[in-house]
Design a protein around this ligand. Structure first.
Ligand code: GLC
Length: 440
């Protein structure tokens, strides 16, 4: 069969479907790394979607928004900056301090693989406009300044060498090099954020450049697309899909287009009828926030529960890491990745390559959550929130058998009028979520 070609109109582009690899892979690593990783500061306030936008931007927990938080001219980041660096110290003065001197892309890729991730998405240009690749459209990039390395190129190679897929994030709508007015509320995102035709051209050129130079498996656009060049959107998408046959994009295209939907912390509406992706940092920030120690990050049990609940409801988890300026990944983040990897090593059969089950997630009276996936006619069941020692629950209406993925789990089952009674006799904390399958 010949390869499908797309033309630059909505009718053609709308025929694109979520590629199977993306639906199968379930778990990816998001990386936010940039100038903002030097000050690495934000208040530990709330999750996106928890407060209204005026409150949000004044006390922004996202460390990668440092430039904006500083320019708002009040609030915790501003105060921290004046105290630590003085009022004459500009955001750009952090650039030479970002040296990435201990960065080892092959080691990163190995860690992501060990974590059980199957794809990676790197910020090639965040809202501050600094490019993590040698763009021919600007010298404001990491080869000319700061690390003096082609971060995107080197990481793309390392990730692919490790057998994972590489995706690229691009801040499509916001670029503070083109508009200095701070963002105070959501309305500013489509207003003051990037008001010029010059920026519309620039961002279009850079997106095409990223597609042509790196052929990313995921093109992860952020916030939106400049209104001034909205008619070029289907041209870009057609070019991308023609160039990268397995390509897939998210939903931040001005509500005009998506392959998959996104949820970010508490923001975003998703359900099991559409493919979606959950993205979040381990704390409340994407960029590294030195303010968030181990006790401020999501716990391992909650992280595994999040993965399971996401996958059981048609999502992928894109879990973010925020590396330090020197290129090392904070140990509390590494720890979580490794434990997740060990859990997936045992339970991955019920995660990778699965689809939603007809059975919807449920919370039992004793607080235990059950999540289901299915693959090749097998049912997989995940029990979240078990207590130390013996636990008993019923899989309603289920007439088959089940066995645990983890061999150390001692489990008995018994057919009962309601379905299958499951007794787990020795639940231990380090099992986290117990996965079971009907596979022989
Ligand atoms: C947001 C934020 C941002 C983060 C991102 C990840 O829109 O502005 O800092 O990069 O989404 O989903």
């Amino acid at each position: 069969m010949s390869k499908k070609r797309y033309t630059g109109n909505w009718e053609s582009v709308n025929q694109h479907e979520v590629p199977k690899w993306y639906d199968d892979c379930k778990f990816g690593i998001f990386i936010h790394w940039g100038i903002y990783s030097v000050p690495a500061f934000a208040p530990h306030t709330w999750e996106l979607g928890e407060v209204d936008s005026k409150e949000w931007f004044a006390d922004n927990p996202y460390a990668e928004w440092y430039y904006n938080s500083l320019n708002i001219g009040k609030g915790p980041t501003y105060e921290h900056h004046i105290e630590t660096y003085g009022k004459d110290f500009k955001y750009e003065d952090f650039i030479p301090m970002w040296k990435a001197e201990n960065w080892n892309p092959a080691q990163w890729a190995e860690l992501f693989k060990e974590a059980g991730a199957q794809y990676v998405v790197l910020t090639t240009k965040h809202h501050d406009g600094f490019c993590l690749y040698p763009s021919k459209y600007t010298d404001f990039n990491c080869v000319k300044m700061g690390p003096k390395k082609d971060i995107t190129g080197e990481l793309t190679k390392a990730v692919r060498d490790a057998g994972l897929r590489m995706g690229l994030y691009y801040s499509g709508l916001i670029d503070w090099q083109f508009a200095n007015d701070p963002i105070y509320e959501d309305d500013d995102l489509f207003g003051t954020a990037s008001p010029t035709f010059a920026y519309a051209d620039y961002s279009y050129n850079q997106m095409m450049e990223l597609v042509d130079n790196y052929e990313p498996s995921v093109f992860w656009n952020d916030i939106g697309w400049p209104k001034q060049s909205e008619e070029a959107m289907p041209y870009f998408l057609a070019h991308y899909y023609n160039k990268v046959e397995e390509g897939v994009v998210n939903d931040r295209f001005n509500d005009r287009y998506h392959d998959f939907l996104t949820k970010e912390y508490k923001s975003g509406k998703v359900d099991r009828t559409n493919k979606w992706e959950m993205c979040r940092g381990m704390g409340l920030s994407f960029g590294y926030n030195a303010n968030e120690g181990d006790d401020k990050l999501i716990s391992v049990p909650d992280l595994i529960a999040l993965l399971v609940a996401t996958v059981a409801n048609n999502g992928n988890l894109l879990l973010n890491i925020g590396p330090k300026a020197d290129g090392t990944i904070p140990e509390e983040q590494v720890k979580r990745l490794k434990i997740l990897g060990a859990w997936l090593n045992v339970n991955g059969e019920g995660i990778y390559g699965t689809r939603c089950s007809d059975r919807e997630s449920e919370i039992l009276e004793n607080g235990v959550e059950l999540h289901y996936t299915q693959k090749d006619g097998n049912l997989n069941v995940f029990a979240v929130g078990l207590k130390e020692g013996e636990n008993e629950f019923v899989i309603k209406g289920y007439r088959g058998e089940l066995r645990p993925f983890e061999k150390a789990v001692e489990m008995e089952t018994e057919a009962c009028p309601d379905g299958l009674k499951v007794r787990i006799k020795n639940y231990r904390e380090d099992f986290y979520t117990v996965g079971m399958t009907s596979a022989k």
